[in-house]
Design a protein around this ligand. Sequence first.
Ligand code: GLU
Length: 501
Amino acid sequence: MSQQVRVRFAPSPTGPLHIGGVRTALFNYLFAKKNNGTFFLRIEDTDQNRFVPGAEAYIMEALEWLGIAPDETIGKNEKFAPYRQSERKDLYQRYATDLINSGNAYYAFDTPDALDAARKLEEEQGKTFIYNHTNREKLDTSLVISTEETAKRIADGEHYVIRFKTPVNETLYLHDIIRGDVKFDTNLLDDKVLFKSDGMPTYHLANIVDDHLMETSHVIRGEEWLPSMPLHALLYRAFGWDAPQFAHLPLIMKPVGNGKLSKRDGDKMGFPVFPLDWKTDEGTSSGYREKGFFPEAVVNFLALLGWNDGTEQELFSLDELVASFDLHRVHKSGAKFDPEKNKWFNHQYLIKQEDATLAKAFSPILLEKGFDVDESKLTKIVSLIKERAHFVSEFWEMSDFFFEAPASYDEKASKNWKAETPELMQDLISVIEEIGDFTSLNIEIIVKDWMTKNEIGMGKIMQPFRLSLVGALKGPHLFDIVEVIGKEETISRINKAISSL
Ligand code: GLU
């Protein structure tokens, strides 16, 4: 690629960043890194009505946590500052005026009431009202009054908007890296508002001006912006600027049924759709971080929502993703969000962690329960249970019997406790008492040897033995548990079972 790659993530700070936005940021990041380019973050906060305090900080924190922080943004390598559109406010008016002067835009003075009346009139004739070439000369615009009158009305403080004068009778042949060739009929477009008399640009104008000034080479964004592509292409043309290349990412779909994954689906269905917790007066929308997901797992999972490298490979580190990423391999059709797969990825990253690292993460949970466990012992326990876990938060439930004797016994499993069991368990205690080298394999050899010599069936010992130690028929290899809890505790638990069951 000869052109310097510069891509941006340009969220509006209207709330917490949802998972679709995170995926857009990730694909921009991967594309930038793959092409030795720059990934920058621009905050599109021109719509003051939808501004939500805290959202901007949330977005930055989320990208940091995921390991995909921008190279340039507010407070960081500010080569094209400011990166917040509200601070670029004074810039846009000039560009709006340029479009007026070149005949590509016009002032529209219609009051809301006048627009309503015009809409009603069209509807009565069975038509849908679109503000465009069909009626712009019948409405209250600078296209039908003199330049002097226009200037006077503006000077008098009348409210106006500046609308784009969409060209008529044209078919636009555009190209999208993911979708290929796409064409649009300009007669079907409406004359979008670009600028308002409160001095604020709309998204469309600010976005195009900034992408030009910030030297954006590729616009990679969600499919919901595809309908804006013809207007954006026309705006670049009207300004006489080269347009960036476009790539519209597929939608992320609900796990079941049809439709786009919504912000509400997550908490409703019990999985996070936000990177971090988002707290409001109405409650908390849960985030991946607080649910115990590893950022690497979230990144890996999201990368495969709408993209693959053409092989069966599913596990990719961030570096591997950068190396394999290709916009041409992004799918056109929607990607189903699968919460189970999401957890599967976390499991994969969990088992890859060092046992000692996981032990450190588990330790505070244990301390809260009142157990201050020796580090090497905890590391050993973690090594025995992690294969079945998705999250560190599941560790306690999977391993409580390592720390305390069972308080009760699973009812169904207790059926394995037969009339002859107490006597057999007494004999087992005698065998265990004699074991010197109290390590899993040695204990196992001695116990099994004793069973074989005395012709005692496996089931007669192993299940009641496990029940005594664990309280249920769950947990890792039994003799590993025996080793970890030690001889004294093992015997004490068997005794307790004999007296309780
Ligand atoms: N501010 C827009 C958004 O919130 C940006 C769309 C674009 O990337 O052009 O998604």
